[in-house]
Design a protein around this ligand. Structure first.
Ligand code: SF4
Ligand code: SF4
Length: 376
């Protein structure tokens, strides 16, 4: 089976240029009419993780969202822009990053994903987790277009198409999943794939015009990837991007989990690349998050903790908002008047506290085995 991946060059967010680039990418997959029929309710699942200004490149850019929404409307579909942030007020986040304004300009709905419902499991798929829930809108939409942002990620290394679907899990249930899965990255990756395969977006488009490098998904720095990507199969798109980002597939937990499930997308020979990028292309001088978990040693809690980085507080940056404590499903940290106390025995190294801190006042410190490994 061949999975088609389209990567087109696009160097800025000029709306007219983005419109053309998105149209070109989607046309290479057969055109939007292949996915959207008149009167279809179309969920545009954006990445709305935090209320940062658009220039921080944390969320899907409004220009890309508008380009996709316009194509959907051309086909007679009814787009709804939506996401479910892990913490924080949805409307404030949507306003801060310009997505709410984009929705107003097109006179379309911008809605928070809520009302969790049990997902119907697919047949002929090897589940690691069966008790899956997601927002009602994601479960019931006629069509889902996954509008991801190209970013690095402290816990999972890269945040691409498949990871974006985790946002269909409602609000803080995301933190509970982190807690249930614990320290094991491959287990969390298996959960991401289970959700992705069940929610099954019809099309994935990734905003990689300016994405993020370093301490993503919220504390990194902007990076000019200069691309728009599109695929019907987000795993195929993610694995090509992983290669272009200079990360060995074996070092990407999502690939290892897909391989364990024997999915055909793991072999890039099954994923046909088209567009403006050569197969040997690599992004230059890209900062990928340090390997925060070695996976070659026995999977015991003590060893796992020593193999991973732990979150540490930077008190001089802290504004005392308490979001870190609120998002920690493990109950592993307490905040009191700009002071944080971590319980590292309870901490599952999900880095949600780091992700949700608005002022980058939580950094990483390597566990001693990890430090040792870096010296060898
Ligand atoms: S302290 Fe931070 S990294 Fe540890 S479990 Fe809580 S949110 Fe996750
Ligand atoms: S560390 Fe960050 S999230 Fe936690 S209280 Fe301080 S500013 Fe808020």
């Amino acid at each position: 089976m061949s999975h088609k991946v389209i990567l087109v060059k696009q160097e800025n967010y000029d709306q007219a240029e983005i419109d053309l680039a998105v149209r070109r990418a989607v046309d290479c997959l057969g055109g939007m009419a292949k996915f959207v029929k008149p009167d279809n309710k179309v969920l545009l699942k954006v990445n709305l993780v935090a209320g940062h200004d658009v220039k921080k490149r944390v969320n899907t850019d409004p220009a890309v969202v508008k380009a996709v929404a316009k194509l959907v409307m051309e086909c007679g579909g009814v787009p709804v822009i939506a996401d479910s942030p892990g913490i924080g007020n949805f409307n404030n986040i949507a306003e801060a990053c310009g997505i709410a304004q984009a929705a107003r300009e097109l006179n379309i709905e911008c809605a928070e994903l809520k009302e969790p419902v049990k997902l119907n499991l697919s047949e002929n798929y090897n589940y690691s987790f069966r008790n899956l829930e997601a927002a009602k809108l994601a479960a019931n939409a006629d069509v889902i277009i996954n509008l991801a942002k190209l970013k690095t990620h402290g816990q999972m290394k890269l945040s691409l198409g498949v990871k974006n679907i985790f946002g269909c899990v409602v609000g803080r249930a995301k933190a509970s999943w982190h807690y249930n899965v614990g320290l094991n990255r491959d287990k969390f990756a298996a959960l991401l794939i289970d959700l992705y395969k069940t929610i099954a977006p019809n099309l994935t488009i990734i905003d990689g015009v300016i994405g993020m490098e370093g301490d993503g998904p919220t504390s990194g720095t902007p990076y000019d990837y200069n691309l728009i990507g599109a695929a019907e199969e987000a795993l195929a798109l993610d694995f090509w991007l992983c290669k272009f980002m200079g990360v060995e597939l074996e070092d990407f937990a999502l690939w290892r989990a897909a391989k364990a499930k024997n999915l055909s997308e793991c072999d890039l020979n099954n994923c046909e690349l088209s567009g403006d990028f050569d197969k040997d292309f690599r992004f230059k001088n890209l900062k990928i998050p340090a390997d925060r978990s070695l996976r070659l040693l026995p999977n015991l809690p003590f060893v796992s903790r020593a193999m991973t980085s732990r979150p540490v507080h930077v008190p001089e940056l802290c504004i005392g908002c308490g979001r870190c404590e609120a998002v920690c499903a493990a109950g592993a940290l307490k905040h009191d008047n700009k002071k944080l106390k971590f319980n590292y025995k309870k901490c599952i190294r999900c880095y949600c506290c780091h992700e949700m801190c608005p002022v980058h006042a939580i950094k990483f410190q390597d566990g001693f085995l990890l430090k040792l490994a870096k010296l060898i």
